[in-house]
Design a protein around this ligand. Structure first.
Ligand code: SF4
Ligand code: SF4
Length: 478
C-alpha cells in the first residue's frame, strides 16, 4: 500500500490547537547516520579480516581444501574440530542474548541483507541515480519503465559489488592467496567458480528482486525472535498514550486524520512519516510486529516531525515497560545474568580446549604380531602416522619417558622430516632386553609412555602417547 506523506507546513498547521512544549528539543544524531557508521565499520572489518594473518594463519578460516580451521592464528586440523561446536554456541547464544536485550538489533545494525539493501536502495537507486525521490519514502517504488536505463546501470553496479561480497565470503573458506591463483584458472577450479557465481546470482536476486520479503517471509531468525522478547527488550515502540490509539483491538486502522484521534491531547500528527520510511512496510503505531527489523528509521522520522513542534518523538527506541507502564527499562535482569553466565562458561571452555591444542598429530597402531623374541630381546612393532599441522617443515623424534625410560628402547625409527601440512607413515619398533614379565604363564601388557617432539621446538610442538607393549610370560622368555 502506498502512503501519502504530509508536508512540514501541514504538520505545523495541524498542530496549532495543540498545547506545545516550551522549547524545540534538539534533534539528536539520527539513528540512520549512526547505522551508516556501523555498516562502514562492519564492511571494512569483514573485507580486511581474511588478509590479517598471525604466523601465516588467518584469524578465521574453515578450509576444506587444506582440511584446517584457523582460529585467531592457530591452526586446528579437521580431526581437532572440537572448537567448532564452541564457536557455533557462542554465535547463537550471542545472537539470542542481543535479541533478548536489544530486539532485532542484529537485523537493523549488522545483518548483511540490511546493509546490502541500504547500499542498493538508498545509495544506488536514490542518491546516485535519482530513481527514488527520497530515502524517507521507501514505500513508493521507482517508475522502472521510465528509468529503464538507470535500472540497468543499478543492476550492473550491484552485480559488480556482489562479486566483491561473494569473493569476501569465499575468503573465509579459501585463503585469498589461493583464491586469486585459482581464479586465473577457472576451468581447473570449477567448484570455487560455481560457488562464486552462485552467490553472485543469489545476491542479485535477493537484493534487487526479493528485497525485504527475505526478512519478512524467509529469514528463520524473524520466526524465533519474538519468543526471546520480554517487557524490557529494546525495540521501536509507538507511545499510544501520548500519540493516541490509531488502531483498535483487532489491529484495524481507525484514524486517518488528526481530528479523529480519541483524545484532544493526543499528539500524533497522522503525517505517516514513520510509515512511509519503513523498509518492511509496516505501521509501527499498530504495536510490536514480526516484520520490524529494528532499523529505527521510524524513530528518526518521528523525532524530526515532533522535534519541529518542540516535542519528543512518539516512536522511541525503548521498552514496553518504559513506554507502556512508565517503569525504567531494566538492563540487568535475570535473563541478562543467565546469558552472561552461559557465554562466560562457553568462552572459558573454548579457551581451555584451545590451550590443550597439540601442534602435531600422531596416531600409533600396534602391528599384527604380538611380540618377537630373539634370545633375551623382546620387541613390539607399530605403525605410526605423523601429521605436520604447522605452516613450516618439522623434524620429529621420539623418546620413551616415564616408568620404562631406559628399560625399553627405540630399536627402529630415528626421525621423520615432514613438510607443512603433510603426513608420513613410519614404522616403530620398541625392544627390551630386561625381564619385564609380571606373570608366570600369561603375557603381560605394559603401558609405555612415549613423547614425540619437533627437534626445533620441543617444548611447543610435541605430543605424549601411551602404547601397549606386550611382554611374554616368564616361561616363554626362558
Ligand atoms: S507517530 Fe510521529 S511520524 Fe508517525 S504519524 Fe504520528 S507524528 Fe507522524
Ligand atoms: S517499524 Fe519499520 S522503520 Fe520502524 S524500526 Fe521497525 S522496520 Fe524500522
Amino acid at each position: 500500500m502506498e502512503h501519502q506523506t504530509t508536508t512540514d507546513e501541514e504538520i505545523q498547521s495541524s498542530t496549532t490547537n495543540k498545547p506545545k512544549k516550551s522549547k524545540a528539543k534538539e534533534i539528536k544524531t539520527p539513528f540512520r547516520l549512526k547505522r551508516y557508521y556501523v555498516f562502514a565499520l562492519i564492511t571494512i572489518f569483514t573485507l580486511v579480516l581474511p588478509f590479517i594473518t598471525i604466523s601465516g594463519n588467518q584469524i578465521f578460516l574453515l578450509s576444506f581444501d587444506h582440511q584446517q580451521l584457523h582460529l585467531m592464528g592457530t591452526v586446528f586440523d579437521m580431526q581437532e574440530l572440537y572448537m567448532m561446536p564452541f564457536l557455533l554456541m557462542l554465535l547463537f547464544l550471542g545472537i539470542f542474548a542481543a535479541t533478548a536485550l536489544g530486539g532485532r538489533v542484529f537485523c537493523g545494525w549488522g545483518c548483511p541483507q540490511t546493509i546490502f539493501r541500504v547500499i542498493y536502495r538508498d545509495y544506488i537507486e536514490t542518491k546516485l541515480l535519482g530513481m527514488r525521490k527520497r530515502i524517507s519514502n521507501k514505500q513508493k517504488e521507482p517508475d522502472y519503465k521510465k528509468h529503464a536505463v538507470k535500472r540497468m546501470i543499478a543492476i550492473g553496479i550491484w552485480t559488480l559489488l556482489s562479486f566483491i561480497a561473494a569473493a569476501n565470503f569465499i575468503w573465509f573458506f579459501i585463503p585469498p592467496a589461493d583464491f586469486f591463483t585459482y581464479i586465473q584458472h577457472p576451468m581447473e577450479h570449477t567448484v570455487m567458480m560455481g560457488m562464486l557465481l552462485g552467490i553472485v546470482a543469489f545476491l542479485v536476486y535477493d537484493v534487487i528482486f526479493l528485497k525485504e520479503d527475505w526478512c519478512i517471509y524467509i529469514c528463520p531468525y524473524s520466526r524465533v525472535q519474538s519468543v526471546l522478547y520480554d517487557e524490557n527488550t529494546l525495540q521501536a515502540i509507538y507511545n499510544p498514550g501520548r500519540g493516541g490509539k490509531i488502531y483498535d483491538e483487532n489491529k484495524e486502522k481507525q484514524v486517518f486524520k488528526q481530528k479523529d484521534l480519541p483524545e484532544e491531547s493526543n499528539e500524533c500528527t497522522t503525517c505517516e512519516k514513520c510509515v512511509t520510511v519503513c523498509p518492511t512496510h509496516i505501521d509501527i503505531r499498530k504495536g510490536t510486529q514480526l516484520e520490524c527489523i529494528n532499523c529505527l528509521e521510524c524513530v528518526d522520522a518521528c523525532t524530526t516531525v515532533m522535534g519541529k513542534l518542540g516535542k519528543e518523538s512518539l516512536v522511541q527506541w525503548s521498552s514496553n515497560s518504559e513506554i507502556l507502564e512508565g517503569k525504567k527499562t531494566k538492563f540487568l535482569r535475570p535473563i541478562t545474568y543467565m546469558y552472561a553466565g552461559v557465554l562466560t562458561i562457553v568462552m572459558i571452555a573454548m579457551i581451555m580446549m584451545g590451550g590443550t591444542k597439540e601442534y602435531m598429530i600422531l596416531d600409533i597402531n600396534k602391528g599384527q604380531r604380538l611380540y618377537k623374541i630373539e634370545g633375551k630381546t623382546v620387541s613390539n612393532d607399530y605403525l605410526m602416522l605423523f601429521k605436520n599441522t604447522e605452516p613450516k617443515t618439522h623434524t620429529y623424534k621420539l623418546k620413551v619417558v616415564g616408568k620404562y625410560a631406559g628399560k625399553i628402547q627405540i630399536k627402529r625409527f630415528k626421525e621423520a622430516t615432514i613438510k607443512a601440512g603433510k603426513e608420513s607413515k613410519e614404522v616403530l619398533i620398541l625392544s627390551t632386553t630386561e625381564n619385564l614379565s609380571t606373570q608366570k604363564s600369561a603375557d603381560s601388557i605394559l603401558l609405555v609412555k612415549l613423547r614425540a617432539y619437533s627437534t626445533s621446538e620441543p617444548e611447543r610442538v610435541f605430543v605424549n602417547k601411551e602404547l601397549s607393549f606386550v611382554y611374554p610370560s616368564t616361561e616363554r622368555v626362558k
